[in-house]
Design a protein around this ligand. Structure first.
Ligand code: GLV
Ligand code: GLV
Length: 339
């Protein structure tokens, strides 16, 4: 039998394609930007397996037109809101993601953003480069670039999965009190260990000094941070988002910043990515912006590629992939290309 065909929508770090080519005939999209939808549609129709990114739209139309051939979609990300999971399951298509390995990198970036926005790091850097420090004529001033002190303050965590918990663990070093909301409450020992109190969202938004978002994007979390919740925040509070842009209503956030309902924001994700350089969010000094780089360390991006590889090899060998998203799919079709 000839090898099953694998199409990857982007080059990945490390050497996983070498390993994969023992099992698959591999084709890698050579460009820096995503293949257009029409191209992906046509590749999916002629492939047994796909490696996708969150920038690839894998909707039901694509999944249906890829049948009966396509059997597995291995997503290079922990989030998979770009994929119609329910449709994939219905058609017996396996979907895998890369959980766990990017937890620390994303929690680290969250902390980088918390500290950057509260201590005005990016603004201070601009102050030096633009000659404003020089022009000020003094090397030090009691009122120069004063920010907000995080130590001992209250951190509100929306979504207490792996990443939320890793952010909470790091907060211990800052002696912070944690308020959290998640559909699932943590066991009491874990709450104690993290100094975390389970509250409803309204309490979380009204009592936190910093609110940080760690939910997946779902129907329930779309625009969870809306005008109403932003209005509940303290005027001295900050919002941080390293999850998905659509969890925050951007127009409401811009309004909150303009009218100073809150002290600032630090954002790694946006409703529109890439963010246009003339977007209203770019106009505020008290907003820190990064280009969706939560998992962007060499270690993590290589490990994510290894998980994608391991899932695809397991499937090719007729085993259930280690990080299968749609676990019910095994009742529809067994893993492997022979079945
Ligand atoms: C990145 O945003 C991911 O979901 O891995
Ligand atoms: C992702 O790893 C999460 O569940 O927080």
């Amino acid at each position: 039998m000839s090898k099953p065909k694998l199409f990857a929508t982007r080059q990945l770090p490390g050497s996983v394609f070498e390993d994969l080519s023992k099992y698959y005939e591999v084709e890698v999209w050579p460009e820096y930007t995503a293949p257009p939808y029409e191209v992906l549609l046509e590749k999916a129709r002629n492939s047994d397996a796909l490696i996708t990114l969150l920038t690839d739209r894998v909707d039901c139309n694509l999944i249906e037109s890829s049948q009966p051939r396509l059997r597995i979609i291995s997503q290079y990300a922990v989030g998979y809101d770009n994929i119609d999971i329910e449709c994939a399951t219905r058609h017996g298509v396996y979907v895998t993601n890369t959980p766990g390995v990017l937890t620390d990198a994303t929690a680290d970036l969250t902390w980088a953003l918390i500290l950057a926005v509260t201590r005005r790091v990016v603004e201070a850097d601009r102050f030096v480069r633009e000659g404003k420090w020089w022009e000020s004529g003094t090397g030090w001033h009691p009122l120069m670039m004063l920010g907000f002190e995080v130590t001992g303050k209250t951190l509100g965590i929306v979504g207490m999965g792996r990443i939320g918990r890793a952010v909470a663990e790091r907060a211990k070093g800052f002696k912070m009190k944690i308020l959290y909301y998640d559909p699932k409450r943590l066991p009491e020992e874990v709450e104690k260990e993290l100094n975390a109190t389970y509250v409803d969202l309204d309490t979380l938004f009204s009592q936190s000094d910093i609110v940080t978002i760690h939910t997946p994007l779902t129907k329930d979390t779309y625009h969870l941070v809306n005008e109403d919740r932003l209005r509940k925040m303290k005027r001295t509070a900050y919002i941080v988002n390293t999850s998905r842009g659509k969890v925050i209503d951007t127009d409401a956030l811009v309004k909150a910043l303009k009218e100073k309902w809150i002290a600032g924001a630090a954002l790694d994700v946006f409703e529109q990515e890439p963010l246009p350089p003339d977007h209203p969010l770019t106009k505020f000094d008290n907003v820190v912006l990064t280009p969706h780089i939560g998992s962007a360390t060499w270690d993590t991006r290589v490990r994510m590629a290894e998980i994608v590889r391991d899932n695809l090899i397991a499937f090719a060998e007729g085993r259930v992939p280690p990080t299968l998203v749609n676990k019910e799919v095994v009742n529809i079709r067994k893993p492997g290309f022979q079945v």
